[in-house]
Design a protein around this ligand. Structure first.
Ligand SMILES: *Cc1c(COP(=O)(O)O)cnc(C)c1O
Length: 452
């Protein structure tokens, strides 16, 4: 009997049996494609209407109404919705814009082509969303706007952020690409700032293929965003305004219209997401409860109030405390999980941007200076903009991207919980094999071998 027990506890990485010995792919499938999606997409194909705008206009109106915003403008991807949104809220050459370093590049890099300078702020160690105190420390007379990312579906501290925006007269742009359906104190994220952008890429919580959508309550912001990147819908928006004489080509030179197969898919998705999110929420809370009993693992969940939620739980994370596991690196812990059959988790989250050479030395537009500061006065030095961000810099050693279960199948989820417990219980057997590879992040399911 003792031998059997021993064998059972032996980690799969060391030759033992896997904790997850079933085909679990169904529980991760996303988006869930129904007959209604197929019919909607086929109707557009059969109409030969892929490049039209009528379905897209329906989609953007429906989504705007859904979250109570005056204007929605659907784009061909989330990056485009952010780019136009930045222009729309008035970001221009020489402006400084405070943003998180811990995010996907698309929240920040579009600033370059607008001639603006990203200034990176640190994140809150619990929520991993931009820290209002760090934002305040970065404000200068040149600061024009703050970019918020509701990171991994956790709403940022919007009360504090909107108070800063008022105090210093700063615009706020919310990148909600992780946070469809997430509520901050009962209110949908993406409705607080001057404008917001949502990626609608397939694996996001509302995924349509490729797509994005910008929202604003301001006619002026919409007008500028449309002028910048939309050349066939902007006529009605620009008519009888100061920009009427410019009707015609998009001012930014970008064509950002959404593909109608995506809009058709999105219209169906808007009917389904609330029900689907209920199931995801149940599945994820079940999983988090199961792993939160491990000393050293703590799920990241909103803690602002009862009415603050994660919506579709895009890229859920747990905090990982290596000191509770004899210093075992997160990479090695995750590798052991993979061996147990828990293959959809990864070590860490996004690669921080503040140390990336693109923001330190790259001269993208041939201006003879790093693009990051190219439009600031000649006296500005890049060194003044390259700062350490202590929380952000450690995040990839201290987080695990956990599986996102889109179906509530407790028996399958139990096996994943068991995999976490098994690795946690047997961490000592990994210590002498741990190469302590520094995890640089990137969300990828880690293929790097840190254990011999
Ligand atoms: C996915 C993502 C984007 C960009 O969206 P695309 O649709 O891929 O262009 C922007 N910001 C964040 C935080 C994202 O995760």
């Amino acid at each position: 009997m003792a031998d059997v027990a021993l064998q059972h506890s032996e980690l799969a990485l060391l030759g033992g049996n896997k904790a997850i010995d079933i085909d679990d792919r169904e529980i991760f499938r996303w988006p869930v494609v129904t007959k209604a999606h197929e019919d909607a997409v086929l109707a557009v194909l059969r109409d030969g209407n892929m490049s039209g705008t009528d379905v897209t206009v329906k989609f953007q109106k429906k989504y705007a109404a859904e979250i109570g915003m005056k204007h929605g403008w659907a784009c061909n991807n989330g990056t485009a919705s952010i780019h136009c949104g930045f222009y729309g809220i008035g970001i221009r050459t020489g402006d400084e814009v405070i943003c998180p370093s811990l995010t996907y590049w698309a929240s920040v890099v579009p600033l370059f082509s607008l001639g603006a300078t990203p200034v990176f702020a640190d994140v809150d160690p619990e929520t991993l969303c931009i820290d209002p105190a760090s934002i305040e420390a970065m404000i200068t007379p040149r600061t024009k706007a703050i970019v918020i990312v509701h990171y991994c579906g956790i709403p940022a501290d919007m009360d504090a952020i909107m108070a800063l925006s008022k105090k210093y007269n700063l615009k706020v742009f919310e990148d909600c690409s992780h946070a469809h359906g997430a509520l901050y104190k009962g209110r949908q994220v993406g409705t607080f700032g001057d404008a917001s952008g949502f990626s609608l890429m397939s694996h996001k919580s509302i995924g349509v293929g490729e797509g994005g959508i910008m929202f604003t309550n301001s006619d002026e912001v919409l007008k500028l965003a449309m002028w910048f990147g939309n050349y066939d819908c902007h006529e009605q928006i620009l008519k009888n305004t100061d920009l009427e004489k410019y009707i015609g080509p998009p001012a930014g030179g970008y064509k950002y219209r959404m593909h109608q197969l995506s809009s058709a898919f999105g219209l169906v998705q808007l009917d389904l997401y609330k029900e689907q999110f209920k199931e995801i929420d149940a599945a994820m809370k079940y999983f988090c409860k199961g792993v939160d009993s491990i000393d050293g693992i703590k799920s990241i969940q909103p803690n602002w109030s009862e009415n603050t939620t994660k919506g579709g739980w895009f890229v859920p994370l747990v905090h990982y405390a290596p000191e509770k596991f004899g210093g075992l690196s997160v990479t090695c812990f995750v590798e052991a999980l993979h061996a147990e059959g828990c293959t959809v988790c990864g070590a860490g989250c996004n690669i921080p941007l503040h140390n990336h050479p693109l923001f330190i030395e790259a001269d993208v537009y041939g201006q003879g200076r790093p693009t990051r500061i190219a439009n600031l006065p000649a006296s500005a030095k890049i060194e003044d903009y390259v700062r350490e961000l202590p929380v952000t810099s450690k995040v990839n050693q201290r987080t695990i991207a956990i599986p996102r279960f889109t179906r509530y199948y407790p028996d399958v989820i139990d096996k994943h919980i068991e995999a976490f417990h098994k690795v946690a219980k047997n961490y000592r057997s990994l210590l002498n094999r741990d190469k302590k590879t520094e995890n640089k992040g990137g969300f990828a399911v880690s293929k790097r071998k840190s254990c011999a």
